[in-house]
Design a protein. Structure first.
Length: 390
């Protein structure tokens, strides 16, 4: 028997889960255990639909699954409650860690710890790239596209340009499916009236965002730039939270020069020792740029667009997931992300002083992650080792 909880119940349940949900995308398993096995809010098939949807739209996968669950069991209020509750623990923990980081980052012991953390970030990026590659690379065309993406990103091309090129390639290399496109454009998918109500809430959110950003633009252009930057990152983060890393690195470090690459790596590292998705690094960046207000605005901005996209795609999910053209374009985007992640891994690796001790820590961290040991355990052991030998 599937039960329908109140928005308050959804909020408190996901707040508790958000406190212990370490491991980024792997936390989806914790969500499933809570909503399918323990609370029986959803059946297995419906939950799996949410997981599938989270893979084909931008944003952190676990956040999209959380919002999907909330929407299905509690409507718009449930989606908002689940989404906010799940991210709050990560936000507050990252905020505290960022404040500690600012005050202690020059202490010798802290320097050693963050040297070890940067090494772990390289291992995380390498492992993420390997996992992306195993799932996405199917043939020699994919290898060619991967190489193009990596080279363009190393040459400091915008990842937005790289993704656009990948989309065009994905479209043009499947000309035999053009008839599918005409069918898609001419079809009018049936959407139930109940689901159509979602678009009313989407419209409200869009109006609020527009007014909010207009206010920022008038009051504080720096905060406006921070907000729009993080929204861009979220919109293009296909393939889960790790997909946001190349975009955030490019805009925050290379274009806007808000922080340097090593400091950005420290933010990524702190994001891995907090629960929630890796894009919580936005809190770190926001605080360094504009203090508490900056951290709040950056965090809201890096999650809001994907939440809107989730709400907008649920009603048309069935027609979307089966469309050949869409699947081909999406596949090309994921392949390009492998190239972007290779370039990011190289960039991160060049920021580390590779002594023998550093190589040992890096190899141990990579092996631990590859063997799918708990991420938090790998990080803690690496920190201890780094403190002792670096």
């Amino acid at each position: 028997m599937v039960t329908k909880p109140s928005a308050l119940k959804i909020f408190t349940s996901f707040l508790k889960l958000g406190l212990i949900a370490f491991g980024g995308p792997t936390a989806i398993a914790y969500v499933r255990e809570m909503v399918v096995d323990k609370k029986k809010w959803m059946d297995e098939k419906n939950f799996n639909n949410g997981v599938a949807l989270s893979q084909i739209i931008p944003g952190a996968s676990v956040m999209q699954v959380v919002a999907y669950v909330g929407l299905n069991v509690g409507g718009f209020a449930g989606a908002l409650a689940a989404f906010m509750a799940y991210v709050l623990p990560a936000f507050f923990m990252m905020l505290v860690l960022t404040i500690i980081y600012i005050h202690l980052k020059t202490v010798p012991e802290t320097v050693s710890i963050f040297e070890a953390l940067r090494i772990v970030v390289v291992a995380l990026a390498a492992n993420g790239t390997l996992n992306f590659g195993k799932k996405s690379i199917k043939n020699i065309k994919d290898v060619f596209l991967l190489a193009i993406a990596a080279i363009l990103f190393i040459l400091k091309f915008s990842p937005f340009v790289v993704i656009f090129i990948a989309m065009i390639i994905g479209f043009l290399t499947h000309r035999e499916d053009f008839t599918e496109l005409s069918l898609l454009l001419s079809s009018k998918p049936h959407i139930a009236n109940e689901k159509l109500k979602i678009y009313k809430y989407v419209a409200y959110i869009l109006v609020i965002i527009a007014l909010f950003n207009l206010s920022l633009w008038l009051i504080n252009p720096e905060l406006f730039s921070l907000s729009t930057l993080m929204m861009k990152v979220d919109i293009m983060a296909f393939g889960g939270g790790y997909g946001s890393v190349p975009f955030m690195l490019h805009d925050v470090v290379d274009v806007e020069k808000l922080i340097d690459a090593k400091t950005f790596m420290d933010g990524i590292a702190l994001g891995q020792i907090t629960p929630g998705p890796i894009v919580i690094t936005a809190t770190f960046v926001g605080y360094l740029v504009k203090g508490l207000v900056g951290s709040i605005i950056a965090t809201i901005s890096v999650f809001t667009p994907s939440f809107i996209i989730l709400l907008s795609t649920v009603p048309i999910f069935d027609s979307l997931k089966n469309n050949i053209i869409f699947k081909n374009i999406f596949h090309s985007i994921l392949v390009s992300f492998v190239g972007l992640m290779i370039a990011v891994t190289i960039r991160f690796a060049l920021s580390v002083d590779w002594t023998l001790s550093a190589v040992i820590i890096g190899l141990m961290a990579f092996i631990g992650l590859y063997k799918k040991y708990n991420i938090l355990l790998v990080i803690i052991l690496s920190l201890i080792l780094g403190y002792l030998i670096l």
